[in-house]
Design a protein around this ligand. Structure first.
Ligand code: ATP
Ligand code: MG
Length: 159
């Protein structure tokens, strides 16, 4: 686990980028936090680092947008408006979270998703003005990868 402090949208994107560089196909990033916390900013930062060049739209109305990264496919889910389990099924979530793509999921608590290889990211306002955020990352990854990622995040300010 690591808890970081971000003071701007750009800094959140850089933190996400440092994580994104370490992501492998089969990994899922679960993004928690209230409306406007910065989940989409974080998802875009990860996707950029994975080589996604397209402008990333908000997938709210389609639940899923898929992009081609430099090496892997990148799926961006926003489950905020998810209505039912049926809808989840039709969104293709289960079949898209898989070994050959990196998945980034906003509002994962709307569904019962708990992929094996995952990073849980919790973004909270930190109470010092509009732009301060506390970003907690919890890793559920094979042996050694947490240490590697935490090292890559070492240049950022910790809480
Ligand atoms: N430190 C920060 N990190 C991230 N975003 C920040 C920060 N400071 C201010 N912001 C602003 O907060 C907003 C975050 O918006 P974003 O769409 O990423 O939120 P979200 O968590 O995805 O919300 P939603 O639940 O609606 O999808 C942006 O307007 C961004 O400019
Ligand atoms: Mg969002």
């Amino acid at each position: 686990m690591i808890r970081l402090r971000s003071r701007s949208e750009e800094e959140t994107a850089r933190i996400a980028g440092a994580l994104g560089e370490k992501l492998l196909p089969g990994d899922t990033v679960l993004l928690y936090g209230e409306l406007g916390a910065g989940k989409s900013v974080f998802a875009r930062g990860c996707a950029r680092a994975l080589g996604v060049k397209n402008e990333m739209a908000s997938p709210s109305f389609t639940l899923l947008q898929s992009y081609e990264g430099e090496r892997y496919k990148v799926n961006h889910f926003d489950l905020y408006r998810l209505g039912s389990a049926d809808e989840l099924y039709y969104s293709g979530l289960e079949e898209h979270i898989g070994e050959n793509a990196v998945s980034l999921i906003e509002w994962p608590q709307q569904a019962d998703v708990c992929p094996g290889k995952r990073i849980e990211v919790d973004i909270e306002r930190a109470g010092e003005g509009d732009n301060a955020r506390r970003i907690e990352l919890n890793f559920f990854l094979p042996e050694g990868r947490e240490e590697d990622i935490i090292q890559a995040l070492g240049r950022f300010e910790t809480e």
